[in-house]
Design a protein around this ligand. Structure first.
Ligand SMILES: [Fe+2]
Length: 178
């Protein structure tokens, strides 16, 4: 688990994302809003959980923009186990296919149904995750961890990682300086 103390890796990565997002505007969206069955079933309950937490303002902001998001399955998950394929959805807020199209930062959101585990994956950019519901993260340097509503998850560049929902839906934001 990471902390957001000034100078920490998580704070520096998130700082890069917000500095870039705040200094130059991206292009208009290229995609139209799209929902998925898992969103129709679990986004409302996940956001309702988020409304009662310390990060309620973030959950409220996500609720406000959620209808405009283009929700997608993970690329390549067509042949994955149905529990994963049907149990997750991703959407970019800023980034390719986001509400704001840009290629210097990705800010996105992942929703998962209860009991869903996201596939192990990696990517060159470092990444900060912010949880809006209970959930656990793993990476090659860290056991499964629930960061709670005060912690963050930081994944160094290229590290293998995953996340999983428990008995409740899972909702989290991710921030990548690309
Ligand atoms: Fe990731």
């Amino acid at each position: 688990m990471a902390d957001a103390a000034p100078g920490s890796a998580a704070a520096q990565a998130a700082g890069l994302v917000f500095d870039r997002a705040g200094s130059v505007a991206g292009e208009p969206a290229t995609e139209t809003p799209r929902s998925l069955p898992v969103c129709r079933q679990w986004l409302g309950p996940a956001l309702a959980m988020g409304a009662s937490i310390r990060r309620a303002a973030v959950a409220e902001a996500v609720a406000e923009i959620a209808p405009g998001l283009h929700w997608m399955h993970r690329a390549g998950s067509e042949t994955a186990a149905p529990t994963f394929r049907n149990g997750h959805a991703n959407a970019l807020i800023l980034g390719p296919r986001g509400i704001e199209t840009r290629d210097d930062v990705w800010i996105g959101v992942t929703l998962m149904a209860p009991g869903t585990t996201y596939v192990d994956h990696d990517h060159p950019p470092e990444e900060v995750y912010l949880s809006l519901t209970p959930g656990e993260w793993w990476n090659a340097g860290m056991d499964w961890t629930d960061p709670g509503m005060t912690g963050l998850i930081y994944n160094p560049p290229g590290i293998r990682h995953a996340m999983r929902a428990g008995a409740t839906p899972f909702l989290a934001l991710w921030f990548l300086p690309v």
